[in-house]
Design a protein around this ligand. Structure first.
Ligand SMILES: Cc1cc2nc3c(=O)[nH]c(=O)nc-3n(C[C@H](O)[C@H](O)[C@H](O)COP(=O)(O)OP(=O)(O)OC[C@H]3O[C@@H](n4cnc5c(N)ncnc54)[C@H](O)[C@@H]3O)c2cc1C
Length: 379
């Protein structure tokens, strides 16, 4: 079959691929975005804008901590980038930067937060550790179990449903050609670019190929003969019915898995790393009752006002991890090929990661040294 042509093909229509396609189209490039339409992390995520190091990742992957620390200065920039994007698109993402609290339930956890905060301050973050009295003045909703918290002033939250929809509309308005419900089944290098084979039996030829396919990136990279060790991590999420406004901050825990925040519409979103399953056959994520019970029990324990609220929906999504750092930039052995995988808390990092890779493709100075994030570290 004769292949269609496109200057650029972006594989993956999550926050990274969609933003990248839109930014490239703004610069006048002819862009086709291909997505298999199963929904990735960006449609499942909880809308937390993370900045401080997440204790969950530190405990799960201690070997990744040096990589996380190196990437840390990108996070406050990423939240500012989100704010600027909301303004530039004239959209309302319900974005609020009220700060994020990582709570402790005992002296040992509070000591851990002191050490963590000290490291983070040296890396340029704006953080403080609050004992119970000071915490109560800004967050009176915590139960008696909470003895203190680290506050990171740059953290916040947004409504990902609104942000994703606004970005998609913007990409379409800029002329991005969306090919949704279509998986990439084959990639081949040609004399002057790449041939992308699609599950609808079509194919596209392009000079520039960007793989922004999150956990799918490893398989796609293997089709071109190189390694990106992406790992899929299925996660469970819960949301309550709407309640009167009470929680302004993003909440996490120093030692246990939770994120908790209240949307502008009153619902409380509860997640933070509780596992989901992968359904046999189709490979889609599936919620777990034990995760739901443990997650909402912990939420009620630290914020008792959550306990009378009904859970109105649960869902599961696939998160992607690599080695604690993003994988951003050119594959130097393959001219015209770029990788865009954002790293931990990838929704927070998504639009900024897209901008950095977009500038590299356009031959502009991205304003960051991307050598730490190079895909070539796995060569
Ligand atoms: C439940 C959950 C909650 C989360 N909460 C937060 C949060 O609050 N804050 C935060 O910062 N991060 C959060 N994350 C992480 C965050 O959502 C992801 O890191 C981020 O969305 C990744 O964006 P992405 O564009 O790289 O990938 P994705 O959004 O996963 O998109 C990748 C896309 O690639 C497509 N694709 C893959 N392979 C192929 C193929 N062969 N052919 C065609 N298409 C393909 C998929 O269909 C998918 O749409 C959460 C993740 C999960 C799972």
């Amino acid at each position: 079959m004769k292949a269609e042509d496109s200057d650029v093909v972006v594989i993956g229509g999550g926050i990274v691929g969609m933003a990248l396609a839109a930014f490239l189209a703004e610069a006048g490039r002819d862009v086709m975005l291909v997505d298999r339409g199963e929904g990735g992390g960006s449609t499942a995520n909880a809308g937390s804008l993370h900045v401080q190091m997440q204790s969950r990742f530190m405990q799960l992957y201690p070997e990744n901590v040096p990589g996380m620390e190196r990437q840390l200065p990108l996070y406050p920039k990423a939240t500012r980038f989100w704010q600027a994007l909301e303004t530039r698109l004239g959209a309302d993402f319900e974005l609020k930067k009220n700060g994020g609290l990582m709570v402790a339930e005992n002296r040992q956890q509070l000591d851990f937060l002191h050490v963590k905060a000290e490291r983070e301050r040296k890396l340029g973050l704006s953080v403080d550790v609050l004992e119970r009295d000071a915490l109560e003045r800004i967050a009176p909703y915590f139960g008696p179990a909470v003895v203190g918290a680290e506050i990171c002033h740059d953290e916040g939250k947004l409504n990902p449903l609104r942000a994703n929809a606004a970005l998609r509309a913007h990409a379409l308005a800029e002329g991005v050609r969306l090919r949704e419900g279509c998986a990439v089944t084959g990639l081949a290098r040609e004399a002057d670019g790449y041939r992308v084979a699609l599950s609808d039996a079509g194919a596209v030829r392009c000079a520039t190929l960007v793989i922004a396919a999150a956990e799918g990136t490893g398989k796609l990279a293997a089709m071109l003969g190189f390694t990106i060790p992406t790992r899929a991590e299925p996660l469970h999420m819960n949301i309550t019915e709407a309640a009167a406004p009470m929680i302004g901050h993003l909440i996490q825990h120093a030692d246990r898995m939770i994120t908790l925040k209240q949307f502008a519409t009153g619902q409380i979103v509860i997640g933070g790393g509780w596992p989901a399953d992968i359904a046999e056959g189709r490979g889609v994520p599936r919620t777990r009752l034990d995760s739901m019970i443990a997650n909402v029990t912990l939420a009620s324990h630290i914020v008792p006002a959550v306990s009378p609220l009904r859970i109105i929906r649960t869902w599961a999504g696939i998160n992607t991890s690599v080695d604690g750092k993003g994988v951003l930039g050119p594959v130097t052995t393959h001219p015209g090929l770029y990788i865009a995988v954002p790293g931990d808390a990838g929704y927070t990092l998504g639009p900024l990661s897209a901008r950095l890779v977009c500038d590299t493709i356009l031959g502009l100075d991205p304003g960051e040294d991307l050598s730490d994030y190079s895909p070539m570290r796995f060569a």
